[in-house]
Design a protein around this ligand. Structure first.
Ligand code: FSO
Ligand code: SF4
Length: 518
């Protein structure tokens, strides 16, 4: 096996024996073969309009290879078999050799990998939009174009152009998902979220898929079962059409890498709608359920029927059987806080744009930081907690994705009635952050890079890659990135990124804050 797609890759280089994430060599090799087959599918679809099924298989095949999504060799085989069938219907084509994915000139491998990993990330967003009935032709077509490109030879310049083109397409895909989520569930509003788990039966729902949450809320309505979000599902509390359910009670636990500790002997089932699933420990594995592209051998999987409906009865029965905690159970955040706030997506922030602009003009707000991205298990991520704690009182922290669990329970006070930490949502809600930045640059009549705004990103898996490429394609410079530089950036590629985009690997909070605030 060879895999270097995530931040916890072995030795900071590559997993070659088994994945640090728990992925076996068998599954890694099957995922590579699956990827080769997707290139074959894209080749077969060249010059044709891919069928609905081909698009679905392209998106789900890519999504299934994202870190912490699918560990089940049979499911990967089954996906590949369906892809081959669909490819034959399109007239057939040769698959890309799976070893060619990761072999050759280090700079070309680096550029090809960066594009492939970005495309994998975008597939997750396209999937969530798709289940809500939203598609974009340009995005769909680009999956095929991009995968064909993966199977071709290109010069360094051509790869860089492809990466920038991809970044713009991913912006469209994030916009599509924003439209899908907000048209289905309304625009998020600021919402306080409790971390106290009330006594009685409950279900924890993890991952990013709001459509799954909505179905689960409907099926548990009036059944005496409470629903708690976990990880990236936290921002769901801000959506009017989801928060109206009184049994959507609060949030359970922190970011994904703490699940093996937090789910220990949990008296409730947990439903994983997307990443990040870790190999479950025996003392709770009977409580973990998967759905959509998520899979793990031996876990109960909830499939969708032809219309997309999912019957969550096995999860509901498990919740009733386990019965929940006998008394209310407090699950404090990393810093001991028991109340979180979410719902500061673009509509809310732009709704108070006048206030924000005024605060910047009067000097009440000196600087904005977007401290966002993934959390992870490796050391060095305390940087983000320390960074936020050390930001001066006249600065505002926008945040998104699961990295926020490092500091979202801190009480950092307010500026002009706005909290100093504003949670904009999931990783895909980077779209909201981009919209706010563009609106501010318009209001101040300046370039985005001239705004008093600095992006301090933490990365773990491939969705962070697609977002980074979008930010670079938009011309956003001087982004701080950590906790480490991706293993798939060769030293030459990293030099290009530093030179062209001013990308900065994080150092220490003290040093970086000094450099930013001057
Ligand atoms: Fe976290 Fe996992 Fe959102 Fe990622 S839950 S790490 S960027 O999948 O998706 O932030
Ligand atoms: Fe290793 Fe990450 Fe790949 Fe898992 S996803 S095998 S941890 S590089």
């Amino acid at each position: 096996m060879f895999c270097f797609q995530c931040e916890q890759t072995a030795g900071g280089k590559a997993c070659t024996m088994a994945g640090v994430c728990g992925k076996s060599a068998l599954v890694a090799n099957k995922q590579d073969a699956l990827t080769g087959a997707l290139v074959g599918l894209a080749r077969a679809a060249s010059g044709k309009k891919p069928s609905r099924r081909a698009v679905e298989l392209m998106i789900d095949g890519l999504f299934a290879t994202i870190t912490n999504v699918n560990f089940d060799p049979e499911r990967i085989d089954d996906l590949k078999r369906q892809i081959e069938e669909e490819k034959d219907k399109l007239g057939g084509a040769e698959n890309f050799s799976e070893t060619a994915l990761w072999e050759g000139d280090p700079d070309i491998v680096s550029l090809r990998s960066t594009l492939l990993l970005g495309i994998r990330g975008m597939a997750a967003y396209a999937h969530h939009a798709y289940v809500l009935g939203k598609q974009d032709q340009e995005v769909n077509e680009w999956f095929f174009k991009g995968m064909r490109a993966i199977g071709e030879e290109h010069t360094v310049e051509e790869w860089l152009d492809l990466l920038m083109e991809f970044g713009h397409v991913n912006l469209k895909c994030m916009a599509l998902l924003d439209e899908a989520n907000t048209s289905a569930y309304g625009h998020p509003v600021p919402t306080k979220v409790s971390t106290i788990i009330e006594k009685g039966p409950f279900i924890v729902i993890s991952g990013h898929d709001l459509h799954d949450l909505k179905m689960l809320l409907e099926q548990t309505n009036g059944k005496g079962i409470n629903i708690y979000t976990h990880g990236e599902m936290l921002p769901a509390h801000g959506y009017p059409e989801l928060k109206k359910y009184p049994h959507l009670k609060g949030n359970f636990g922190t970011a994904w890498q703490n699940q093996q500790k937090e789910f220990m002997d949990i008296p409730a089932p947990v439903l994983f709608t997307t990443n990040c699933l870790m190999p479950p420990k025996p003392n709770y594995s009977d409580r973990i359920f998967t759905t959509a592209v998520v899979g793990y051998p031996g876990l109960v999987h909830i499939p969708a029927d032809e219309k997309g409906y999912k019957d969550f009865t096995p999860v509901i029965e498990k919740a009733l059987e386990l019965g929940g905690y006998p008394e209310d159970h407090v699950m404090a955040g990393i810093n001991g806080g028991t109340e979180l706030i979410t719902g500061f997506a673009r509509n809310t922030v732009l709704g108070v744009a006048d206030k924000v602009i005024e605060a910047v003009k009067t000097g009440a707000i000196r600087h904005f930081f977007l401290v966002g991205g993934c959390d992870g298990a490796k050391t060095g991520r305390n940087y983000y907690t320390d960074f936020v704690k050390q930001t001066p009182a006249d600065t505002v922290i926008l945040t998104l994705a699961c990295g926020k669990f490092r500091f979202n329970d801190l009480q950092l006070g307010e500026i002009g009635g706005l909290p100093r930490i504003m949670d904009m949502g999931q990783c895909n809600d980077a779209y909201s952050a981009i919209q706010v930045a563009l609106a501010l640059s318009k209001a101040f009549n300046c370039d985005v890079n001239e705004l008093p705004l600095t992006l301090v990103l933490s990365w773990y898996e491939q969705k962070a890659v697609c977002i980074l490429l979008t930010l670079l394609a938009l011309g956003i410079r001087n982004i701080y990135i950590g906790p480490s530089v991706p293993a798939f950036f060769s030293s030459n590629v990293l030099s290009v990124l530093v030179e062209k985009f001013g990308i900065k690997p994080i150092s220490t909070p003290e040093q970086d804050l000094k450099a930013i605030l001057g």
